[in-house]
Design a protein around this ligand. Structure first.
Ligand code: HGY
Ligand code: MN
Ligand code: MN
Length: 413
């Protein structure tokens, strides 16, 4: 039994149409009209395949195939369809669409699993809107409660909680939808690698053994606005010049040869009043620090914050920092990694055990259930860009391995 790769291709192409930036990649933000349209597409496909589909209390889309013993713990197959701005068509989407395809195939082949299987599209995985990556999976695994959802705000100050209610949901019922250790048997996620390892090795499938963690910060620098023409250089308190020095320091710290696994990125920056002839009054920028060791993340973050403080002090610029999100590095289930390796060998598919530098909902799910991830290669190692691409022959290998693993986990009559 194999997945229908033509259907997977059609679903990926269909979802790519639900974007706020047509012709410039996938931009599908949580609770947006594009998000609603994409979810409606998935609900239609699910229901026409005889599956049940619903939004839960906070906007995760839950597609379910009941098992012969429906009260048994659930096998979850998940990922996300929200995107970064001008992102690609595969990041997250591949895992949701492949999970849906697997359930459609099981129904078509009249195979009823013993354990129920649930495909979950986790809401706000990217954190693009509310600045908290993995919101949906953190909430379902108990890392974020309803009150915490009232503190996550978008750039207009609207909270995640308000946005969920406006979307027609009832976040007060989050606890009814929660995942617990005794209600989830295991979790599997198929995802594009978003790096260049598999392509460079010429191997079609990656099996993830651990997922990096990250700390996200919001830095604010307060200088003094003044006239760009009349203010001597020696009398300036230029917040953007200060930010520029900080950003090159951040890169220097992460590039330190002793920090072999650490990466750091400044991806967002805004400057006020953002005018050609005004010395910038204030700047806000983000920092994303990652590593597979929590100690190394904290060590790098500490050196970065101390460095920024010293630069700001030397320039008489006021400096504020805020930790906006944190996820710790997570190991995948060793037994499921071993099982995936055997399944891959049995199918004659070469595989490579590897780390994920990207964050994934699987990392949060690993707190409550044995969890594993399957990677497929990213062309030129690119992701989070419209250039993101993966060959469908690799996707077919990955989705068939996911099918075999889901059946192994859920059992069947
Ligand atoms: O940022 C990440 O690693 C993921 O794409 N959310
Ligand atoms: Mn992503
Ligand atoms: Mn992703």
């Amino acid at each position: 039994m194999n997945v229908n790769i033509v259907r997977i291709h059609a679903h990926i192409d269909a979802l790519a149409n639900f974007t706020a930036t047509p012709g410039a990649g996938s931009t599908r933000l949580s609770f947006s009209s594009e998000y609603r349209a994409a979810c409606d597409y998935l609900i239609n496909v699910a229901e026409s395949s005889g599956l049940s589909a619903r939004f839960d209390a906070i906007g995760n889309l839950r597609i379910r195939l009941d098992g012969a013993q429906s009260n048994l713990p659930v096998v979850v197959v998940g990922s996300h369809i929200d995107t970064v701005i001008h992102g690609g068509n595969f990041d997250g989407i591949l895992g949701v669409v492949s999970g849906l395809e697997i359930l459609s195939t099981l129904v078509e082949e009249n195979i009823q699993p013993i354990h129920p299987i649930e495909v979950v599209n986790f809401v706000e995985e990217e954190g693009t809107t509310f600045r908290c990556p993995l919101t949906g999976s953190k909430a379902l695994t108990g890392q974020l409660d309803e009150d915490a959802l009232k503190t996550l705000k978008d750039d207009d100050g609207r909270t995640f909680h308000e946005a969920a209610i406006a979307f027609g949901l009832d976040p007060s019922r989050l606890d009814e939808d929660r995942f617990y250790k005794d209600t989830i048997k295991s979790m599997l996620e198929l995802h594009i690698e978003q790096g260049a390892v598999l392509e460079s090795l010429g191997i079609p499938v990656g099996i993830v053994n651990d997922i990096a963690g990250s700390e996200n910060y919001r830095i604010r620098l307060y200088g003094r606005a003044n006239h760009a023409g009349t203010t001597p250089m020696s009398l300036r308190f230029d917040s953007l010049a200060c930010a520029a020095e900080c950003i090159t320091l951040i890169e220097r710290i992460a590039r330190d040869p002793k920090r072999t696994n650490t990466v750091a990125t400044v991806g967002r920056i805004s400057c006020l009043p953002n005018a050609v002839n005004v010395i910038p009054a204030s700047v806000e920028f983000s920092i994303d620090v990652r590593d597979t060791s929590e100690d190394r993340i904290e060590d790098a973050s500490k050196e970065i914050l101390h460095g920024i403080e010293a630069i700001a002090h030397q320039r008489n610029i006021r400096f504020e920092w805020e930790l906006t999100a944190k996820s710790t590095p997570k190991p995948m289930s060793p037994s499921m990694v071993a099982e995936l390796t055997v399944l891959s060998e049995t199918a004659g598919i070469a595989s490579h055990i590897m780390t994920s530098g990207a964050l994934h909902d699987a990392a949060m799910m690993s707190d409550i259930a044995p969890t594993a991830m399957i990677f497929v290669p990213s062309k030129d190692g690119r992701s989070h860009t419209p250039k993101e691409s993966t060959r469908y022959e690799d996707i077919e290998h990955g989705a068939n391995l996911l099918l075999a693993a889901v059946l192994q986990q859920a059992g069947s009559n």
